[in-house]
Design a protein around this ligand. Structure first.
Ligand SMILES: NC(=O)c1ccc[n+]([C@@H]2O[C@H](COP(=O)([O-])OP(=O)(O)OC[C@H]3O[C@@H](n4cnc5c(N)ncnc54)[C@H](OP(=O)(O)O)[C@@H]3O)[C@@H](O)[C@H]2O)c1
Length: 343
C-alpha cells in the first residue's frame, strides 16, 4: 500500500514516518510540510534519512491511505478532499473525535469545517472500537491523555464497579505540546519544574466523557487534571473512584474481582496490558503499549488505576498505525512489536 503523511515535520508526523519505515505492507511515498517544503526529509530529521523522501507542500502520487498530523481545523480542511476521492484517512488531530459539532466549537473555539463527517468518523481507540475501525474510511485517532484515561477506566465503568464520580490526575512529558516553540515548553521553564494546567477544563475531557459515557446509562462526573513534568515523552495517569461493594465486593474479594475484570476485559488486546506492578512511563518508551494497573485502596474503598503510555506512540503515531492495520485488514500488531527503550 502507498501511504502519505501530512505535516511530517511535527512530532507525531515524524514518529509516523519512523514506525512506517519498518512496515512490511506499506510504503510511504509522499510527505508534506509547510516551512520545510522543498527539503529532503533527512535534512530536517537525519534519523529519517533512510526513507529518502522529499518534503512537498501538497501530497503526491496515488495514495491508498493518508495520515494527517496537522493542528485541528487545518487537519479537517486538508483531509476532506481526500475523503471525497475515496482515500482512507487516519486523522491524528482532534477534528473528528467529538460527535457533536457544538461541543467541538465550544472546546476548540472554531466552527467545525464540515460536521457532516462527524457521524461516520470512528473514534480510533482500537481496544474499544475494533470492528468499526476495521470498516472505517475515516478514523479519528484519540488524544494522548484520553487514551491513557479511557483505557484505565473502561472496564470499571462498563462493569459498574465504581460510583460515577471519577478523578483523573495525569502527568505528561513536554513532547505532548508539539514541536513548536513556546515559553511554557522552554528548557529552563520545564526543567526541574512541575505544574498543573488547564484547571478550567482540558480539551481531552469531552472525548474522555464521550467515550466512557457510551459504556453506562449513568451520568458521569469527571475531574481531569493534567500536569507537565520534565521529561520528553510519556504520560502517566492516576485515576480514582469509589468502588461499589455490591458489585466489586470488599477486602481481598474486591482486589481479586477488580484484577480479574481488567484481565478479562483486555485479554484479546495486545497493546492494553494489565501489569502485576504499578507501571512506569519508561516501560513504554518507544513502544505501543498502554500499561494498566488496577488496585484497591482498602482504607477508603476506592479503586486506583495507574496507566501509562508513550504519548507519541500509543498516544499518537503507534495507535494511528494500529488503526491503519485494521482498516487494511492486516494484523493490528504489524510494525508495532518493538520493545520499550531502556534505560
Ligand atoms: N504531540 C503529541 O503527543 C500528540 C499526541 C496526539 C495527538 N497529537 C495531535 O497531532 C497533531 C500534531 O501534533 P504535533 O505535536 O505533532 O505538532 P507539532 O510538532 O507542534 O507540529 C506543528 C507544526 O505544524 C505546522 N503547522 C502548524 N499549523 C499549520 C497549518 N495550518 N498548516 C500546515 N502546517 C502547520 C508547523 O510547522 P511549520 O511551522 O514548520 O510549518 C508547526 O510547527 C495535533 O493536532 C495534535 O493535537 C499530538
Amino acid at each position: 500500500m502507498k501511504a502519505g503523511i501530512i505535516n511530517v515535520t511535527g512530532y507525531a508526523g515524524s514518529e509516523l514516518a519512523r514506525i512506517l519505515y519498518r512496515h512490511p505492507e506499506v510504503e510511504v511515498i509522499s510527505v508534506t510540510g509547510r516551512s520545510a517544503a522543498g527539503q529532503k526529509l533527512g535534512q530536517v530529521f537525519p534519523h529519517l534519512a533512510a526513507l529518502d523522501l522529499d518534503i512537498t507542500e501538497e501530497l503526491q502520487g496515488n495514495l491508498d491511505i493518508v495520515f494527517s498530523s496537522l493542528p485541528h481545523k487545518a487537519s479537517a480542511e486538508a483531509v476532506i478532499p481526500l475523503l471525497k476521492q475515496g482515500i482512507k484517512v487516519v486523522d491524528i488531530s482532534a477534528d473528528f473525535r467529538l460527535k457533536r459539532a457544538e461541543q467541538y466549537e465550544e472546546w476548540y473555539g472554531v466552527a467545525h469545517p464540515d460536521p457532516s463527517y462527524l457521524e461516520d468518523a470512528v473514534y480510533g481507540l482500537t481496544e474499544l472500537h475494533q470492528e468499526e475501525v476495521s470498516a472505517a474510511q475515516l478514523v479519528a485517532n484519540p488524544g494522548c491523555f484520553s487514551t491513557s484515561a479511557i483505557l484505565a477506566l473502561a472496564p470499571a465503568v462498563k462493569l459498574g464497579l465504581i460510583e460515577p464520580d471519577i478523578i483523573i490526575d495525569s502527568k505528561s512529558g513536554v513532547s505532548g505540546a508539539g514541536r513548536g516553540l513556546s515559553m511554557t515548553t522552554h528548557f529552563s521553564e520545564v526543567n526541574e519544574n512541575t505544574l498543573a494546567y488547564a484547571l478550567g477544563g482540558h480539551r481531552h475531557l469531552p472525548e474522555i466523557a464521550q467515550e466512557l459515557s457510551l459504556m453506562t446509562d449513568e451520568s458521569l462526573d469527571i475531574t481531569f487534571l493534567p500536569h507537565l513534568v520534565p521529561m520528553t515523552r510519556g504520560i502517566l495517569s492516576s485515576c480514582y473512584a469509589r468502588l461499589r461493594p455490591e458489585q466489586a465486593g470488599e477486602g481481598a474479594t474486591a482486589s481479586k474481582r477488580v484484577r480479574e475484570a481488567y484481565e478479562e476485559f483486555y485479554r484479546d488486546h495486545p497493546f492494553a496490558v494489565v501489569t502485576p506492578q504499578p507501571p512506569q512511563t519508561k516501560q513504554t518508551l518507544g513502544n505501543n503499549q498502554c500499561l494498566i494497573y488496577p488496585t484497591v485502596d482498602h482504607r477508603t474503598g476506592r479503586l486506583i488505576v495507574i496507566s501509562c503510555l508513550d504519548n507519541l506512540v500509543k498516544g499518537a503515531a503507534g495507535q494511528a498505525v494500529q488503526n491503519m492495520n485494521l482498516m487494511c485488514q492486516l494484523p493490528q500488531e504489524t510494525a508495532l512489536e518493538s520493545l520499550a527503550v531502556y534505560p
